[in-house]
Ligand binder design. Structure first.
Ligand code: XMP
Length: 319
């Protein structure tokens, strides 16, 4: 039978042989798939690996810093952080259409990634954390050859003219297998159990205009949601939990004064495959604590609602 320990050793040996003395570029997102890919590369070819992390200004609170910190603790590879917040926010200014947001973010991501990759000499390979479900989607078979080259959606799709050979060490694995592998490779639980986060980041959870100010409001609310859910022991019982900032103002009252501020929606779902999902039955007390803290601590928010829609027909994300 198939064992992960053997799998890890064989994969590391295969990568080592294939890469030889060349260099490999690996896109990092902070998620479990790209972290496990980086960990395998680090074990296989050490500092021949160059990782690129694009800071798009759309990550959750403290996320970039924690990736950098964890990364320097666990891997002996070369980390390139591209600070591109201003570039992303300038391109997103005034854009409210969800698909338009995704297109812009994808395009700028590719530009940033390609520019940084061009600075890395002798890079012949590109590693990405494509999982088996991504392979099925593009028509491949488990243990079979790649049917098409599908770049991982978190990496966004790179132009063909970059001409890298692809390394996809996770292409036969499901998410739970990747998590087990991550634990075996000694990655911290914080990374291994991190909820998935969409490539376009907080931009698709900041409904309406994406501005630095609105992102900051959303980031604060999101941090409260995650913190309270973790504190209550519910983080691993949900597949994804987050805050969404709505472009709607509602009336409230504070002391003697009337307020007219924005709304935060809390979303938490249970799912195995993310194709269908049910809303998480979070305890009322936990929801109450989340709402009270957001309204008290986050300026500009006077109302919190909980999303009780299942997928389908709703999606997990609001955009
Ligand atoms: P939906 O909203 O379609 O989400 O029910 C299903 C899963 O996919 C994630 N998601 C994305 N991931 N780029 C990504 O990398 C995207 O544009 C994107 N849109 C949704 C979502 O967070 C959920 O896990």
């Amino acid at each position: 039978t198939w064992k992960l320990t053997d799998f890890a050793e064989e994969t590391i040996a295969e990568i080592r042989q294939r890469v030889g003395s060349n260099r490999v570029i690996c896109g990092l997102s902070g998620g479990v798939d790209s972290s496990v890919t980086a960990a395998l590369l680090s074990r296989a070819v050490g500092d021949q690996t160059a990782c690129i992390l694009v800071d798009n200004g759309l990550m959750r609170r403290g996320e970039i810093e924690s990736v950098i910190e964890e990364f320097s603790k666990h891997f002996k590879t070369d980390l390139h952080v591209v600070r591109a917040e201003d570039r992303f926010l300038a391109a997103l200014a005034g854009v409210t259409d969800p698909q338009e947001k995704r297109k812009i973010i994808g395009r700028i991501f590719i530009d940033c990634f390609a520019e940084e990759a061009a600075k890395i000499p002798r890079a012949r390979f590109l590693a990405q954390g494509t999982l088996y479900p991504d392979v099925i989607e593009s028509g491949g078979l488990r243990d079979g050859p790649a049917a098409t080259i599908k770049l991982h959606h978190n990496v966004g799709g790179l132009p063909q003219d970059l001409q890298f050979e692809l390394i996809e060490p996770l292409r036969n694995l499901f998410k739970d297998e990747v998590r087990q592998l991550g634990l075996q490779l000694g990655l911290p639980e914080e990374i291994v159990w991190r909820h998935p986060f969409p490539g376009p980041g907080l931009a698709v959870r900041c409904l309406g205009a994406v501005t630095k100010e609105r992102l900051e409001i959303l980031r604060q609310a999101d941090a409260i949601v995650v913190e309270e859910i973790k504190k209550a022991g519910w983080y691993r019982k949900t597949a994804q939990a987050f805050a969404v900032l709505l472009p709607v103002q509602t009336v409230g009252v504070m002391g003697d004064a009337r307020t007219y501020e924005e709304v935060i929606a809390v979303r938490a779902v249970d799912t195995e495959d993310f194709m269908t999902a049910d809303w998480s039955r979070l305890p009322y007390d936990l929801l109450g604590r989340i709402a009270t803290r957001i309204i008290n601590e986050v300026p500009g928010i006077n109302r919190v609602v909980y999303d009780i829609s299942s997928k389908p027909p709703a999606t997990i994300e609001w955009e």
